[in-house]
Ligand binder design. Structure first.
Ligand code: CA2
Length: 147
């Protein structure tokens, strides 16, 4: 069965508790439950993980190789700074779809640069929590359909 890792980075554990005007009212637990339900409906398996630590996210991408078919990654602020995450994706050659709740291109200029984008299959941003379902569908399509 197709298996996808949904990996969330720093501060995304705060979702739904602050800055709802930017990130909405949905909590991380809600997002993860939605991902699991969406995966079930599509006939794939999803595992969700979150870490505030760059090295733990690098480790999770390394560990995903051979375990998962693809990764949906919201790297949070590490998107804009992490050469280590860029190298982990390039080094493992894992198919990664970059995901952001907010439209990073409509925000501060420091959010316009992504170190993930050059090594990602593609990027979804600006659709809030719906983006996770869109990213899972995009990953299924990229992998050639559920198996
Ligand atoms: O829009 C996104 O999904 C981001 O990846 C979210 C990151 C931000 O640094 C990126 O530029 C875009 C921040 C996640 C922080 O989430 C919070 C949620 C509620 C309260 C505080 C932070």
């Amino acid at each position: 069965m197709t298996s996808v890792l949904v990996l969330n980075g720093p501060n995304l554990n705060l979702l739904g508790t602050r800055q709802p005007e930017i990130y909405g009212h949905t909590t991380l637990a809600d997002v993860e439950a939605m991902c699991v339900a969406h995966a079930e409906a599509r006939g794939i398996h999803v595992t969700c993980r979150q870490s505030n630590h760059e090295g733990a996210l690098v480790d999770a991408i390394h560990a995903a190789k051979g375990t998962f078919d693809g990764v949906v990654l919201n790297a949070g602020a590490y998107t804009h700074s992490s050469i280590a995450l860029h190298d982990a994706i390039a080094g493992t050659e894992m198919p990664v779809i970059e995901l952001h709740l907010s439209n990073i291109h409509a925000r501060e200029s420091f959010r316009h640069t992504s170190y993930i984008a050059p090594v990602a299959v593609g990027m979804i941003c600006g659709f809030g929590a719906l983006g996770y379902s869109l990213a899972l569908d995009a990953m299924i399509g990229h992998l050639g359909g559920p198996s």
